[in-house]
Each structure stands twice: as structure tokens, then as C-alpha cells.
Design a protein around this ligand. Structure first.
Ligand SMILES: Nc1ncnc2c1ncn2[C@@H]1O[C@H](COP(=O)(O)OP(=O)(O)OP(=O)(O)O)[C@@H](O)[C@H]1O
Length: 292
């Protein structure tokens, strides 16, 4: 979830009873944080995310070691690697949570991610889904999506403004996409683990991210939920760039459809890159990483 959304959510839950009756407030919206003016990523060269020579040290230990990686616009890239390979640290660098000691990170060809704060990175269109679902449990499924839509600064809709017809349509489309249309009025806390994961993905989608970072999205899901999640991600490919960190090789296989690039991280660097079948047959990979 994005920092802006978490802030808006905390307010939203606190003011749940009175929210819909209260008049719109520009001041409230303005307090959510700094809005970046005119910061649109330039994707003309086809690259959405570019990391070069990223090094992160924790007390002398290199969690990332000259990591270089490029993800194309609209690409669905799976990142695999053994525990401690640096996958989470890489996500932390992209989203501004961790600052590298060395290296460059850009979004499109023009935006230097290392100069932006976490909330600014979310605002320019990078959404992150953490492993554990973080939906607002006391609100309904619909309200969670409504909140996410209104927390999007580009929409410029105040938290208390009524939804327009177009916004209602967008929420309905997203509910359909994440398989939660029949659950729209259900309290989010009552959803299954998998349904909460979908709801959080839906909340990210309401902010129309250009790049989605998904950390072990199917951990704890049933086989059926995992399959539906693969379908969902495949339907997002092309419209968004997706980076999926995952240990579940069956899921990676479904996502890559035998033709997409997989990146293997090990000890903070790219160990191998290629088709899943190629990297799984790579001796270096076999040595350090036994596929689960
Ligand atoms: N804040 C920190 N302080 C010290 N060491 C850290 C910190 N964060 C991560 N590390 C270390 O950096 C290495 C990379 O960790 P990271 O969590 O990025 O790996 P990962 O590939 O996401 O692992 P997993 O698959 O288990 O989630 C690990 O050895 C970890 O112990």
C-alpha cells in the first residue's frame, strides 16, 4: 500500500461514521503531503525501470551488490532467488524506503528515483504490494476501493466528495477484475486471505500505477486462488509493468507462459536471466537455488 493511502486510510477509519455526510474539504486533502508537479515518466525508450550498479550495505554486509536490472514498459517480470538474495531490499530501493550507497535507479528515462521520497514515488505511479495484505478491515470492500480512488491526488477528488458516475464505473470494473463484485458490501476483515490480497491489488489499481511491485503475492493462497491471481496479473500485463517476486515456481511458470524473461537474484546481484526453463537448467542457479 502507498504511504498516502495508509495516511488517508487511518483518517478514513477514524471518521468512518460521519464520512459520507460531511462536506468536502480542500484543506484535508492538501494535508496529505506534497504533490509533485509535472513529474511524468518518459517511457519513449520502452524502459519502465532501470537499476544500475545498486549497492546497499548493512553494517558492511552487502544486501545488494552492484545490482543492474531493466524492466520494459508493459512487461511482466518475475524475480526469483533464494532467501536472503536481496529481493525485498531491491523493492525497498525502488520505493524509496532504503537508500543505496551506490548506483542509479530511474523510472522511465527521466525520473531519478533516488531523489524522491516514498510518497512521491507512489505519486508518480509506482505501487507496491507487500506480502501481508494491508486492507482496512473495518471498511467494506467497496469503501476500500473508494478510499484508494480518492487518495489518488491526480484524481483531485476530495476525500468527502461524492463519487462521479465515471468513478463508480471504475470501481465496478475493478471489483469485477479482482473477482470481488459479489463481495462489494462485505466488511473487508471477513474476506479470505486470498480475497484480501486481491482487494489490496484492486486498491493499488485504483491509483492507476504504471509499475506494480508485488512481493510473494500468492503466499498462503489456495491453488484455485493462485490460478485466479495468475489470470489477474496476465490481464494487467501490457497496461502496467509488473515486477513479481515469487518463490512458487508453478505460479512463475503460469505467469511467464514459456516465453518471458525471469531474473534470478543471488547475493544481491543478478545471477542469471532468461526463460524459466533456461534458468532452471543453469548450473549456477541449480547450485545456489533449488526451485520450490
Ligand atoms: N535492515 C537490515 N539490516 C541488516 N541486514 C539486512 C537488513 N535488511 C536485509 N538484510 C539482509 O540483507 C540480505 C537480503 O535480504 P532481503 O530481505 O532483501 O532478501 P530476500 O531475497 O527478500 O529474502 P526472502 O526471500 O527471505 O524474503 C539478507 O541477508 C538480510 O538478512
Amino acid at each position: 500500500m502507498t504511504p498516502d493511502l495508509m495516511e488517508a486510510g487511518a483518517r478514513r477509519v477514524a471518521e468512518h461514521d460521519t464520512l459520507m455526510q460531511t462536506a468536502s474539504s480542500g484543506d484535508r486533502e492538501a494535508s496529505f503531503g506534497r504533490v509533485l508537479n509535472g513529474a511524468e515518466p518518459d517511457f519513449a525508450h520502452g524502459v519502465a525501470l532501470y537499476l544500475d550498479g545498486i549497492t546497499v550495505s548493512f553494517d558492511g554486509f552487502r544486501a545488494l551488490n552492484k545490482l543492474s536490472l531493466a524492466v520494459n514498459v508493459g512487461e511482466l517480470r518475475c524475480i526469483i532467488g533464494p532467501n536472503g538474495a536481496g529481493k525485498t531490499t531491491m523493492m525497498d530501493v525502488i520505493t524509496g524506503k532504503t537508500r543505496p550507497d551506490l548506483g542509479t535507479a530511474s523510472f522511465g528515462s527521466n525520473i531519478d528515483l533516488l531523489r524522491l521520497r516514498e510518497n512521491e514515488i507512489a505519486q508518480i505511479g509506482i505501487g507496491r504490494k507487500f506480502q501481508k495484505p494491508t486492507v482496512f478491515e473495518e471498511l467494506s470492500v467497496f469503501e476500500n476501493l473508494e478510499l484508494a480512488l480518492k487518495a489518488d491526488r491526480r484524481a483531485r477528488a476530495g476525500l468527502f466528495a461524492r463519487l462521479s458516475g465515471a468513478q463508480l464505473d471504475r470501481i465496478a470494473e475493478t471489483l469485477q477484475l479482482i473477482h470481488l463484485l459479489p463481495q462489494a458490501q462485505r466488511t473487508a476483515g471477513l474476506l479470505s486471505h486470498g480475497q484480501k490480497q486481491w482487494l489490496e491489488i484492486g486498491m493499488l489499481l485504483m491509483q492507476d500505477p504504471k509499475l506494480l511491485l508485488l512481493d510473494e503475492p500468492v503466499a498462503g493462497m489456495t491453488d484455485e486462488e493462485t490460478e485466479r491471481t495468475a489470470e489477474l496479473f496476465l490481464s494487467l500485463e501490457g497496461k502496467h509493468s509488473l515486477v513479481v517476486v515469487e518463490h512458487d515456481m508453478k505460479f512463475v511458470d503460469e505467469l511467464t507462459e514459456g516465453r518471458k524473461t525471469v531474473t534470478v537474484l543471488h547475493e544481491g546481484s543478478v545471477l542469471a536471466e532468461g526463460l524459466l526453463s533456461e534458468v532452471q537448467a543453469d548450473e549456477k542457479v541449480v547450485e545456489v537455488y533449488l526451485g520450490r
